[in-house]
Design a protein around this ligand. Structure first.
Ligand SMILES: [Zn+2]
Length: 236
């Protein structure tokens, strides 16, 4: 009898949940909209033409502890703000636990991705020690990814990162900034700045050559290393 009561109670409870459940189209719920609000406070936009993904400088801006903290805390915040008295205690507990899990899981993976991003997406020369650190960061990121999303496939980009990135870094000893799209986006600012400097040149070819020469001098690792050496000599 006791068991029957329990079963009936649980059926009633699940029906109650069903009745109270609002059907929301994917990506339109209160938690998701709160994420966009968080992003806009940090002036980050998801690009409509890239399937609402992040590009260029916005990736860079997102990869900071501050933004990651705010983003991953959003589900819990929205949940607490919208909690009303008619939510059953068990459902309340479940929501609390779930939003805490979301925070833990995503802050871990975002922070690890941020480490990888800061390690590889720039145009600086990289020392062998740094490459070893980057190697560890990539491995940790992929381990977390597999543990958190066991049913997800490893995308071609993730495969390149996992199996080929370090090899290429060891070969060229410079960040990927000059090769990938995100790096290219970061370089826009450099080109704009140089463009303003040479603005006064009349000949368009001369202007372009000046921009390219300055870019080459600024980004070639060998040149940068030599500049560092000379300035150090002057110190002594
Ligand atoms: Zn491969």
């Amino acid at each position: 009898m006791n068991l029957a009561c329990k079963i009936i109670a649980s059926i009633c409870f699940s029906q109650e949940i069903e009745m109270n459940r609002a059907d929301l189209a994917y990506g339109t719920g209160p938690v998701v909209s709160s994420l966009d609000k968080v992003l806009s406070t940090f002036h980050v936009q998801r690009q409509a033409y890239h399937g609402k993904s992040f590009v260029g400088n916005h990736v860079h801006r997102c990869c900071t502890v501050e933004v990651i903290e705010a983003l991953t805390a959003a589900p819990m915040k929205v949940m607490l703000e919208n909690m009303t008295d008619d939510v059953p205690l068990a459902a309340h507990e479940q929501l609390l636990r779930e939003s805490a899990n979301i925070k833990k899981k995503y802050s871990d993976i975002f922070l690890k991705f941020a480490d990888v991003h800061h390690g590889i997406n720039h145009a600086r020369a990289i020392s062998p020690e740094e490459i070893n650190q980057i190697d560890i960061c990539i491995k940790e990121f992929l381990n977390s990814f597999r543990a958190s999303f066991p049913s997800s496939n490893i995308s071609p980009s993730l495969h390149l990162l996992e199996d080929h990135a370090v090899e290429q870094l060891r070969k060229f000893r410079v960040g990927f900034s000059l090769l990938n799209e995100q790096g290219g986006e970061l370089i826009h600012t450099d080109f704009n700045r140089t463009g303003r400097v040479v603005h006064g040149m009349r000949d368009p070819l001369q202007r372009l050559m000046a921009v390219m020469r300055r870019h080459l001098v600024g980004t070639t690792p060998e040149v940068q290393t030599n500049i560092a050496k000379t300035s150090r000599k002057h110190e002594y």
